[in-house]
Ligand binder design. Structure first.
Ligand code: PLP
Length: 402
């Protein structure tokens, strides 16, 4: 376990608004005035601290949120984007040119998989999908063209744990960037501390936590963030993934309660996972000793936030999974919906939704069953009652043995 405490870093992040307002004023402008043409020219040449040019580049509200996220991940710098996908696409395209290669974990979010498989080859960038838990397989895939090793710290949807220190060693030995999607494990895994070079988040999920917007971020070295924001060659400037400042302001407010929420999500999730296992179900939850990543996660995680709010149950087949989810929605356990990190419980069947971009034979190879139900556990105050409700649903669809 690590004793780095990102929540204390955020706690120390005090921003004084324009009028001393405790929530900094929202910058409601696309463009900014200059007192002289010379000053404007200077800003086109290089960054000037505290000066803003145009809101697709930087705006003060987005900067407040980006600075807070840099504290969360303990990175030198960060940028915010209009979606998690924008953060991924812009980071990858900043690093890779035609002819380059990416080594990616095969268990990643379906949208990222589709981008890697279907779009990147159109730009001459090839992606090799490997089992990144197998370090030898990663090593064997590295060539002189490899620019990125890509994985999720806790993978979607099987919750595999990436051995970030070992992947980082490999990356460093070959001058490759280790890029990590930390969406499933904000605050309890700090990939930069474990050797990652670029960390991305879909802020849409736990970090915002209210399922009312789509947003993303990239946390990395100041040099890399400056490259991404370069007026003439930065992907985050030229592909236009800007986040609206009103949203940046609301996400910043939610970020300050992330530590409390993750602790509660984790507490509820481990309670359910342990009890599901006792019922004889096949459960994937990295907090359970039966999970293949449990020991590694215990070594890598920050102290005090638990093992996260995501778990999966294998219902065996698609029909049973569908019936189970329908029952859970009817019993007010939560919503049949994609996405995660909401204060209510959300569930979906990844094989037919968020991971459907992954071909069937690949899904079988990675152990993604037709009947897998991914559950993002909510902030329920009475989780015992929730468990009793779910148990009734399980019984009704024939998933309980006795
Ligand atoms: N990464 C992971 C692990 C996700 O689950 C998602 C979800 O959609 C994304 C990235 C993409 O983020 P967004 O939907 O904010 O573009």
């Amino acid at each position: 376990m690590h004793h780095f405490d990102p929540s204390t870093e955020i706690q120390d992040y005090l921003v004084f608004g324009e009028y001393g307002d405790v929530n900094p004023s929202i910058t409601d402008s696309s463009t900014y005035t200059f007192l002289s043409p010379e000053k404007m020219k200077e800003l086109f040449d290089h960054e000037v601290e505290g000066c803003f040019l145009y809101s697709r580049h930087w705006n003060p509200t987005n900067k407040y949120l980006a600075d807070a996220l840099a504290r969360l991940e303990d990175s030198e710098a960060a940028i915010v984007t209009g979606s998690g996908m924008a953060a991924i696409v812009c980071s990858v395209l900043q690093v890779c040119s035609a002819g380059d290669e990416v080594i990616s974990s095969r268990t990643i979010y379906g949208g990222t998989y589709a981008f890697f498989k279907n779009l990147l080859p159109r730009f001459g960038i090839n992606v090799k999908f490997v089992n990144t838990l197998d370090l030898d397989a990663v090593k064997k895939s590295i060539t002189s063209k490899t620019k990125i090793i890509y994985c999720e710290s806790v993978s979607n949807p099987l919750l595999e744990i990436a051995d970030l220190p070992k992947l980082s060693e490999l990356a460093n030995a070959h001058n490759i960037k280790l890029m990590v999607d930390n969406t499933f494990s904000p605050i309890f895994i700090s990939p930069i501390h474990l050797g990652a070079h670029i960390v991305i988040h879909s802020l849409t999920k736990f970090i915002n936590g209210t399922s009312d917007c789509v947003a993303g971020c990239v946390c990395s070295s100041r040099e890399f963030i400056n490259q991404m924001m370069d007026i003439n060659s930065g992907t985050a400037m030229l592909l236009g993934p800007v986040l609206d400042s009103h949203r940046a302001a609301s996400i910043l407010k939610n970020l300050h309660s992330l530590h409390i929420r993750i602790e509660k999500h984790s507490k509820n999730a481990i309670y359910l996972a342990e009890n599901f296992e006792k019922l004889g179900l096949k459960v994937y939850y990295p907090g359970l000793p039966s999970h293949n990543g449990h020991r590694l996660l215990k070594e890598l995680m920050n102290d005090g936030f638990g093992f996260g709010g995501m778990l999966a149950i294998d219902a065996g087949d698609e029909k049973t999974a569908d019936a189970f989810m329908k029952k859970m929605q009817d019993a007010k356990v939560g919503y049949l919906a994609v996405s995660l990190g909401y204060f209510k419980t959300l569930f979906s069947s990844p094989g037919h939704s968020t991971s459907s971009e992954i071909p069937k034979e690949e899904q079988v190879k990675m152990g993604l069953s037709e009947g897998l139900v991914r559950i993002s556990i909510g902030l329920d105050n009475n989780i015992h009652k929730t468990f009793e409700r779910i148990k009734k649903c399980l019984a009704e669809v024939g998933l309980l043995k006795s």
